[in-house]
Design a protein around this ligand. Sequence first.
Ligand code: G6P
Length: 606
Amino acid sequence: MCGIVGILGKKAVAGDLVDALRRLEYRGYDSAGVATVEDGHLDRRRAEGKLKNLEIRLSNHPLQGRTGLGHTRWATHGKPVERNAHPHMNERVAVVHNGIIENFQELRGELSAKGHVFQTETDTETVLHLVSDYLDQGVAPVDAARAALQRLQGAFALAVIFAGEDNLMIGARQGPPLAIGHGEGEMYLGSDAIALAPFTDTITYLEDGDCAVLTREAAEIFAFDGRKVERPAIKSVASSLLVDKGNFRHFMAKEIHEQPEVISHTLGSFIDFAEGRVHLPDLGLDPAEISKISISACGTAYYAGIVGKYWLERYARVPVEIDVASEFRYREPPLEKGGLSVFITQSGETADTLATLRYCKAQGQRIASIVNVRTSTIARESDVILPTLAGPEIGVASTKAFTCQLSVLACLAIALGRARGAISEAQEKELTHALAEVPRHVSTLLHNEATYERLAHDLSKARDVLYLGRGSSFPLALEGALKLKEISYIHAEGYAAGELKHGPIALIDENVPVIVVAPADELFEKTVSNMQEVAARGGKIILLSDAAAERAGCALEAHIPVPTVHPFVNPLLYAVPVQLIAYHTAVFLGTDVDQPRNLAKSVTVE
Ligand code: G6P
């Protein structure tokens, strides 16, 4: 989390720093700040909250320096107040940081004992004092930064500038991403290539353990111990265009409405619809030999993975283990050599997913990633990538990335199913045909917004909402609850319908809406029994289904009709109403739909 940027420019850089921060705001928006070296002195402006507050501050009190750092924060240590906003600075050094310094307490104790006075509750401030301490001992700036890096434990991307040094910037990476941008007589640092895209397309990605020493003329990279290392400069394809909202009120609405197109692109990149065949890139192992697939992801991507498990087990007859990455990595599960590990991630930077990838790689697994940002760390560290073609997703709550992840997982299940002899050529045609119909049906589902507005009115009064589903609709119940809680702040839980009677039924009364995701598939009647149990206790049922309302056999608060399709593709369709329910409820409540409180789009800390 947090976005960092640095510029060694030819003119005053504050405006460009803010411009770059705007493209990094998806990484956090608790506060923002910039610092520059002006006439040899460091000066900074910071503001709590969104970037626009910093812009106002800068327009009233401009900064003129040509060397500067910028930061947009997602708070880890210390409240999201101006005092804790980056850059952290004293008279000699300014620092911006993304990540967590795990040994900060130990360092803080040691430095306090030496007389350093801490002004903030952040872990980052220890870096500032550590570098300053070396400077106080007469160590030169580059060596002081390097010495400090060797003392730090944890995950960090850092950028440092110094008073009296108008042509020097240090960048370091141990975990979260950091890229150098090479300009004409200018040099840049940024958390991603998109932040730097208006300035340059020549990018060098730092690797873990790299320390970059930048001037306007050159970028040299060293290991923390001082050994020189070489990293290639590549042409980035990141676009500088800040995607706009078009005619939509929010990015989330626009992204929900883009789904027919991006699902179609994603499916089209793997399926030959004329032949009815799926073509995957070479996975580098014989599909027939795969004894187990392990899937790891976080948040919405994890729920896509659960749908993937249902599909892969059913259609490819391969056992699948799935876990949230933050648990997987510390469980240290034994993995047979030659197995396939699949990672699902929109950003390609999620810290836990990346750490799990590295664990699986070390266990001899083949690494395949379903990833949206092709220049990301996870994309670069994978053996094979299965790209989602969702385009930039700006809304913090994932929507189109989710349905594109499902699209890729569906293709993977079919391709492995065929290669393993679990499905026939005719079945492959039937399933790809069902997928081909998805964009059209998703379009239909988007034309019913008045229903959701009415529903939002009722849901906005609820304190708790339950979502139920069975089979591949169970992860949709989980995703529905996640969407609702993250953007409307209404407490919501997703449950496997069969588990209702093992606990959540105790919550049911006339004030608890229960949203049931129940396509008329082979499990429908089972879910009907669970609906009856809810109805018997006065619960208000909102049914999402292609089945006629009468088939519920009980009174419904609302029925959202969904087209009847091949059961295989149901999760792709039911994703849309659960997104729209959350979206309209949040709009009704007036929350910040695109940037909900406390969340960030790219989670680069554990
Ligand atoms: C955050 C985002 C979610 C996302 C999750 C995983 O929590 O708010 O929308 O699903 O991270 O992110 P990834 O980039 O790995 O898909």
